[in-house]
Design a protein around this ligand. Structure first.
Ligand SMILES: [Zn+2]
Length: 493
């Protein structure tokens, strides 16, 4: 365990007993509130807070892009109530729990705008194939033979371990049995937009789109208004869902008031097929069906032209860039700087671990900055600050959640990640954005809060049992191989 740099000890971490943690080597200051009523005169002017996190460089990603050295954040329930210098915040709040974090940066929790968390159990399966072969020969058969409610629960738990450990607090998911996924996400205390798949062939959960629509009614009724879970509808793509079912998905999303998630213009082939079948680009085709709307978030948007981008911007459709997945499947380079110039809300995602092969958003931020420079032959095209925005403030806009998350501001949800700058690759420090984007890595993430609750403290997950999850995942890996009649992994894989 890494040592805590600077910890004040007004009382050891009793507050965490409820989390069932082994706290050896870890300490937090619990300046136990001296009673919310009848507090001592000296603290009468202080407002109560559940947490004060003091000491880090606070990278707010707010509209003024404030960066506060020796900063602090005060949290009450699930919301940020104070942001500023440590001196000013600590003079105003009396926290139940105080966490002092030195030699590091506190950033808004990262937002993974597109993933299939349960597919983490297919990580590395059928690698180095093109998208069509990978889907037809590996993923679809493996899904048909393995995907059950228990499978998606375990896969999502594995995905969440990786996401939390790399600083992600919110993810947008598209998969099957999303009701089961919602239950484990809620248990783990992560925030998620969970899109139940609509697809034109028998899926592991629903055998027809009509069954999927019925499922979605129940799913939305169960989770509507939840503080962490946003139920959503996810028609897979224009090449797997019929026009009438795409139209129905959009109508249902408006009727139920929930977001819509889709894969869009991912490959050249998708665009060529659409031009041949519909005489329109995939974006124009969705427009003709009435699917483009401010509740839609589209993954990929790789092959989008100027007219497509005007349509997407006009309808406030979010686009999510998945650089690793696009690279690995050789889909092409998404014109992200053009999205931004056109006013399309731009987010960032990992895609599923089956096509990436990880859920590390810091790696995506790095790829975004480097690849967009290379694609445009312009080193100023995607500055580090903009790359970080794709995974925070802009990423929140792409999911239409910018009122709740994406920046460290009073009134926003307390979704935060602390990254240590106390490793060789973290020093010296000239520009905090550069450091986060080009130098830091997932292992630097030490503390993560979602909705005001710690889900990782000093490198330890507080809501997920990691050894148990890894052991389950290994067992599922063996089962998946057997189901595909593969005795052992192929050499080199
Ligand atoms: Zn995807």
């Amino acid at each position: 365990m890494r040592r805590r740099k600077s910890v004040s000890r007004a009382g050891l971490g009793l507050i965490l007993l409820g989390l069932g943690l082994a706290l050896a080597g870890w300490a937090v200051a619990g300046s136990q509130t001296a009673g919310r009523r009848g507090a001592p005169a000296a603290s009468a002017a202080l407002q109560p807070a559940d947490w004060v996190i003091a000491g880090p460089i606070v990278v707010t990603m707010d509209p003024h892009r404030r960066v506060i050295h020796d900063g602090a954040v005060a949290i009450r329930r699930d919301t940020i109530v104070g942001v500023g210098s440590a001196a000013s915040v600590e003079s105003r709040y009396q926290p139940a729990h105080r966490l002092e974090l030195r030699d590091g940066v506190l950033i808004p929790g990262l937002i993974n705008g597109h993933t299939h968390a349960a597919m983490t159990l297919f990580r590395g399966l059928g690698d180095d194939e093109n998208l069509q072969n990978w889907l037809q020969d590996y993923i679809f058969p493996a899904e048909a033979r393995n995907v059950t409610p228990a499978f998606v629960r375990e896969g999502t738990r594995l995905g969440m371990v990786e996401m939390i450990e790399s600083g992600t607090t919110t993810f947008a998911d598209m998969y099957y049995f999303e009701s089961d996924i919602a239950a484990v996400v809620k248990q783990a205390g992560m925030r998620a937009v969970l899109g139940e798949t609509v697809i034109g062939f028998p899926a592991p959960d629903n055998k027809t789109p009509a069954e999927a629509f019925a499922y979605i009614h129940r799913f939305v009724a169960q989770w509507r208004g939840d503080s962490l879970i946003t139920p959503a509808i996810a028609p897979h793509a224009i090449y797997t869902v019929s026009g009438p079912d795409l139209r129905e998905s959009a109508a249902l999303s408006r009727q139920l008031g929930v977001p819509l998630l889709i894969h869009l213009s991912e490959t050249k082939k998708e665009v060529a097929d659409s031009l041949r079948e519909h005489h329109m680009t995939p974006v124009a085709y969705l427009d003709s069906l009435g699917v483009l709307a401010p509740n839609l978030t589209a993954a990929h948007c790789v092959w989008t032209d100027a007219a497509d981008l005007r349509l997407l911007a006009r309808h406030d459709v979010g686009c999510v860039y998945n650089p690793s997945s696009n690279l690995k499947l050789a889909d092409g380079m998404a014109p992200v700087t053009q999205w931004i110039a056109a006013g399309v809300p731009a987010g960032l995602g990992t895609d599923g671990a089956a096509s990436n092969n990880n859920l590390d958003m810091l790696r995506q931020i790095y790829f975004a900055a480097e690849l967009q420079k290379d694609a445009t032959m312009d080193p100023t095209a995607m500055p580090a600050e903009q790359a970080l925005a794709l995974a925070t403030s802009d990423g929140a806009r792409a999911l239409h959640m910018e009122k709740e998350i994406g920046s460290i501001e009073v009134g926003k949800k307390a979704d935060l990640a602390f990254l240590s700058l106390d490793e060789a690759h973290g020093v010296p420090l000239y520009n905090v954005y550069s450091q986060i984007v080009y130098a830091l890595e997932a292992s630097d993430v030490k503390d993560v809060f979602v909705a005001g609750k710690p889900v990782m403290l000093d490198g330890r997950l507080t809501t997920l049992d990691v050894p148990e999850i890894l052991s389950q995942a290994r067992a599922y890996g063996r089962r998946v191989l057997r189901s595909l009649h593969v005795a052992t992994p192929s050499p080199g894989h």
